[in-house]
Ligand binder design. Structure first.
Ligand code: COA
Length: 331
């Protein structure tokens, strides 16, 4: 094939959708042996959203996706591709992507899911921008969507206080001039697969009465191991990514971390010697929404004017796998 210049990628719009129902830390005190003080001090989370019965991941994803399209005045028929990062799909198959395709009437678009733990957001953004750069697609809707409340054990205080439901979206398109994606990189270490997993119900442990009794269909997490791992790998990783882009960490205008824990964000920013004010943080309102969280923070950062046109924004995430990844994008 004749060599062509890479097509520049631009961010055309963002959107989000969260369920109306709020579950506060005080509400959780009535469900498990925990306290508002413990959750706030250890995580920074005050409340999270919970999808009502009957509402599934694809409902949230479709609403967030439509909001991003509306923000960019792009119609669903113009989409070439929809990529959804999720760890709590409606069903194992078909994926959330094809559900969204049909719900929003994206008649020309291909659609699929990416399952890479919470890092699914960065993997999906990287796949979308690679497809645009290569000339395969002109407009790609990238969505992170979760209904995690359906797969957490509401008797396990180690996990149920952390997670929330929601969806966020970013519309990427082929542009002209400079490429908006300045650098991106993803990693995986499957030897740490037991740090965060949902072990039951599939090939390894097909559903039986025993797997259900043992709660293998719920999220299991070694929270403290994850905490130490992330604090060790993320600071040098994002510093190197800035290097690859020819930037200093100080050149990044806004930092959007996976919204898992305030202490992780604080710790990484301290190690990088970057003021915490440069991080967009909304985990206090939504908890950890896994593959959706970076999109929720990006959308709110833009909506509140914390991020403006021309800003260099670092998107960083980490999660089950273990996986981690980051993208530097000029807005
Ligand atoms: N309420 C009250 N006490 C709780 C609790 C809760 N909801 N959850 C755990 N505890 C207790 C533990 O049982 C433990 O008690 P013990 O010392 O008597 O055994 C104590 O609090 C400390 O537990 P530990 O797990 O060491 O706490 P921590 O400071 O590491 O904080 C997390 C726990 C989960 C908040 C933290 O490890 C974390 O955020 N990890 C990263 C998780 C993450 O990012 N996951 C998502 C990646 S996608």
């Amino acid at each position: 094939m004749k060599h062509r210049r890479c097509t520049p990628v631009v961010l055309l719009g963002t959107g989000m959708s969260v369920p109306d129902r709020i579950l506060t830390n005080k509400d959780l005190e009535k469900i498990v042996d925990t306290s508002d003080e413990w959750i706030l001090e250890r995580t920074g989370i005050s409340e999270r959203r919970i999808a009502p019965a009957g509402e599934v991941t694809s409902d949230l994803a479709a609403r967030a996706g439509m909001a991003a399209l509306d923000a960019a005045s792009v119609s669903p028929e113009e989409l070439d591709m929809i990529i959804v990062g999720t760890n709590s799909p409606d069903k194992l198959f078909p994926g959330v992507g094809p559900m969204v395709q049909s719900m929003i009437g994206a008649s020309r678009a291909g659609a699929c899911d990416v399952q890479a733990g919470c890092t699914g957001c960065v993997y999906a953004m990287m796949l979308a921008s690679s497809g645009i750069r290569a000339g395969f697609w002109k407009k790609v809707l990238v969505i992170g969507a979760e209904a995690l409340s359906r797969i957490v054990d509401w008797k396990d205080r180690n996990t149920c206080v952390l997670f929330g439901d929601g969806a966020g979206a970013a519309l990427l398109g082929a542009g002209e001039g400079e490429d908006g994606v300045l650098a991106a990189e993803v990693h995986a270490d499957g030897s740490l697969s037991d740090y965060i997993e949902l072990p039951g119900g599939l090939a390894a442990h097909p559903a039986t009465n025993e797997t259900v009794e043992q709660g293998l269909h719920f999220v299991k997490m070694k929270g403290n191991e994850v905490f130490k791992y992330v604090n060790r790998v993320i600071p040098p990783f994002v510093r190197d990514l800035c290097d690859h882009a020819g930037l200093e960490v100080g050149d990044i205008d806004a930092w959007i971390f996976h919204q898992a824990n305030h202490r992780i964000i604080e710790g990484v920013m301290r190690r990088l010697d970057v003021p915490l004010q440069k991080a967009v943080i909304n985990l206090q309102k939504y908890g950890n929404t896994s593959a959706a969280s970076v999109f929720l923070a990006l959308h709110e950062g833009l909506a509140e004017g914390r991020i403006t046109r021309g800003d260099r924004v670092m998107l960083v995430s980490f999660g089950a796998g273990m996986t981690y990844g980051a993208m530097i994008i000029r807005i």
